[in-house]
Design a protein around this ligand. Structure first.
Ligand code: ZN
Length: 232
């Protein structure tokens, strides 16, 4: 949305109610408020058309938030998002209340639902399905992290990590951890990771994958763990 132009001589914030320009300011503000309210039905109609077209194109899933929560478009949990009249109802009133003392006036609208096809949902690196509508997609919870791996970062490595297999974030093996040396300076934590495959210098917050331990077949099995406790 472009920047609103002000009528000549009018500032966005209210002048003193006793000043000469106050009446003109208040009239302009009220005109903008009315203009905004008058535009709401057309916005609702346009958004409803957009949603119908998306549904016709097979975009029947709604994906919300950073967690990529996936809903079926008819899910009751997102009714207030899909029903544009209901969405605008609460929103327009709040906008008016929030901007009443500014001539920039209310603007914008309630966020539109993000509609996707099944293929688009499946292409997301991660998502989790809503428990209310439990959509029919391949995962209940799809994680960026491959099965059998856990996200980690070298800054937290300690003696427990010795002997563990680690991988770069893209899954490239880095060998088993032999020694970890941390250096802390003004720019943060740097880690020197020595493994059976080589030596890696990295930022302490670099994203790595650690291979999950498989349940040990025998409780008496002792892992061969090279270690040097003084490295920590
Ligand atoms: Zn749902």
């Amino acid at each position: 949305m472009g920047r609103l132009k002000f009528a000549p001589g009018l500032k966005p914030e209210p002048p003193s109610p006793r000043s000469a320009e106050y009446a003109a300011w208040a009239i302009e503000r009220d005109r903008r408020d009315r203009e905004y309210l008058a535009s709401v039905p057309a916005n609702i109609a346009r958004e409803e058309r957009e949603i119908s077209l998306a549904l016709e194109a097979g975009k029947v899933f709604v994906v919300n938030g950073d967690m990529h929560r996936v809903h079926h478009w008819e899910c009751p949990a997102i009714r207030l998002q899909m029903d544009r009249e209901a969405a605008w109802n609460g929103y327009a009133e709040q906008e008016l209340a929030a901007t009443h003392h500014s001539i920039t006036g209310p603007h914008g609208g309630p966020p539109m639902p993000v509609l996707m096809t099944r293929d688009e949902v499946e292409a997301l690196p991660s998502y989790r399905t809503c428990e209310r509508c439990s959509v029919d997609v391949s995962h209940r919870r799809k994680s960026r992290t491959p099965i059998g791996r856990r996200d980690t970062r070298p800054a937290i490595f300690d003696s427990k990590h010795l002997g563990r297999s680690v991988e770069h974030a893209d899954g490239t093996p880095m060998g088993e951890v032999v020694r970890v040396t941390r250096t802390i300076d003004a720019s943060g934590t740097r880690v020197t990771l020595e493994t059976t495959a080589g030596t890696y210098e990295m930022d302490g917050d670099a994203r790595l994958l650690i291979v999950e331990k498989v349940a040990s077949p025998s409780p008496h099995e002792t892992p061969t763990t090279p270690h040097n406790p003084r490295s920590f």
